[in-house]
Design a protein around this ligand. Structure first.
Ligand code: PLP
Length: 409
């Protein structure tokens, strides 16, 4: 132990004081990566970020001015934990169009859907509780629930998302607190679960009396085909539906929501009171203004057109520049696709080579709770780079893969 020579104090042994659960808290490699990818010369397929040049800046500026001039007393004040009532009314009505029938009383506004994941952990997970999730799965959910000392039962994905046929046997072996599923345009896999699989999952959840957490940040960003019925419309009695404006408006507002049976919403409200009392009143009222004035709908139409083009550009570039032995998913919407390279390449090590060529991605293994897969896979984001950069970045990655293969030959 070294003593500080200026103060004479011995350093604090922090480790002794930390709660046991902090041992499960690991830094996200995405966050670490984002630091590198903020350099302007790096083409980043790494983060899950929307295109900043498309943010509805002018409309948000108008909403801010209006709120400060006309509604300052309310928008700058504390508000209820449940959230801004007109926004919850808007959400109840808009979800109804997708067949989710909940009253505004069943809706809780959260600070992004990341907070909803955390609150779900707080309400449902004891140390050692199991959560059933896909393999791979959303990294932020793993992080949120690890902090509550969760364990994971993982079900592999195929091109149609979670292999629901494997769920029943898995839960017979290990009882779980809930099932976590990303049915639309999965992060990271880019897959969408077909209607019959959703139905099958609902049957299993009913048979074993289980809760389903349906995380749907990308549902509105569909580039082809028909919308699928949300699981919350099929099993409203046992589904906790998570939505967010992060991908359709801006992530910086941090406005998301939960729609769930009343008993569950009530518990989540109690959990949220201890976390932050309520989400920013001002941000909720901006989101409400943008949504109610019809700006959101027009904006989503624009996002769909731009992101569809970027997705197609990435798919074409992959087909042109990547060598044989590579494969990738073809997402119908969302922000990501999942690419596999030949087994001899470990994408975590390969990332260093890619960064030398000034291209970033997220290695697949990060999306596996027990690091038991994805070693030769990566998540590629296509929303945050211009089409020319996408072509250039995929080209550079293709060259780097070929160099690696030559090295292994
Ligand atoms: C599947 C999934 N869930 C939740 C979130 C969290 O979103 P936010 O907290 O910005 O609403 C994300 C963000 O990328 C996500 O991909």
């Amino acid at each position: 132990m070294t003593v500080d020579t200026t103060t004479g104090a011995t350093p604090v042994q922090w480790e002794r004081f930390l709660a046991r659960r902090t041992q499960n808290m690991k830094g996200s490699s995405i966050r670490e990566l984002l630091k590198i990818t903020q350099r302007p010369d790096v083409i980043s397929f790494g983060g899950g970020m929307p295109a900043p040049e498309l943010f509805p800046v002018r409309e948000i500026e108008e909403a801010c001015k209006y709120l400060l001039r006309q509604e300052a007393k309310q928008s700058l004040q504390y508000s209820t934990t449940e959230g801004h009532r007109p926004l919850r009314e808007y959400l109840a009505e808009s979800m109804c169009r997708y067949g989710i029938q909940h009253s505004p009383d069943n809706i809780l506004i959260t600070t992004g859907s990341q907070q909803a994941l955390d609150l779900i952990g707080k309400v449902f997970i004891d140390a050692g509780s199991h959560v059933l999730t896909g393999r791979p799965t959303y990294l932020g959910a793993i992080q949120a629930w690890r902090a509550y000392e969760a364990e994971f039962v993982t079900i592999p994905l195929d091109d149609d998302g979670m292999q629901v046929d494997l769920v029943e046997e898995a839960i017979q072996k290990t009882p779980v607190r809930f099932i976590y599923i990303l049915p639309n345009f999965h992060n990271p896999a880019g897959t969408t679960v077909p209607e019959d699989r959703r139905q099958r999952l609902v049957e299993i959840a009913r048979k074993y009396d289980l809760i389903i957490v349906e995380d749907d940040p990308y549902g509105a960003l569909r580039y082809e085909g028909q919308d699928m019925p949300p699981i919350a419309s099929m099993a409203p009695e046992r589904t906790i539906y998570l939505g967010t404006f992060s991908k359709t408006m801006t992530p910086g507002l941090r406005v998301g929501w939960v729609a769930a049976p009343e008993e569950i919403t009530y518990r989540l409200v109690l959990a949220k009171q201890g976390a932050d009392l309520h989400s920013s009143t001002f941000d909720q009222m901006i989101a409400n203004d943008i949504a109610q004035r019809g700006i959101l709908r027009a904006h989503v139409r624009q996002l769909r057109a731009v992101y569809r083009e970027r997705r197609d550009t990435m798919l074409d570039a992959l087909a042109e520049f990547w060598p044989e032995g590579c494969s990738w998913t073809r997402p119908l919407g969302g922000l990501f696709l999942w690419a596999r390279v030949p087994e001899c390449i470990d994408t975590k090590e390969f990332l260093v080579k890619a960064l030398e060529k000034k291209v970033a991605f997220v290695p697949g293994v990060d999306f596996f709770p027990y690091a038991d897969g994805g070693h030769n896979a990566m998540r590629l984001n296509f929303s945050n780079a211009q089409p020319e950069q996408i072509v250039e970045g995929i080209h550079r990655l293709g060259l780097a893969i070929k160099e690696e293969l030559a090295h292994h030959a």
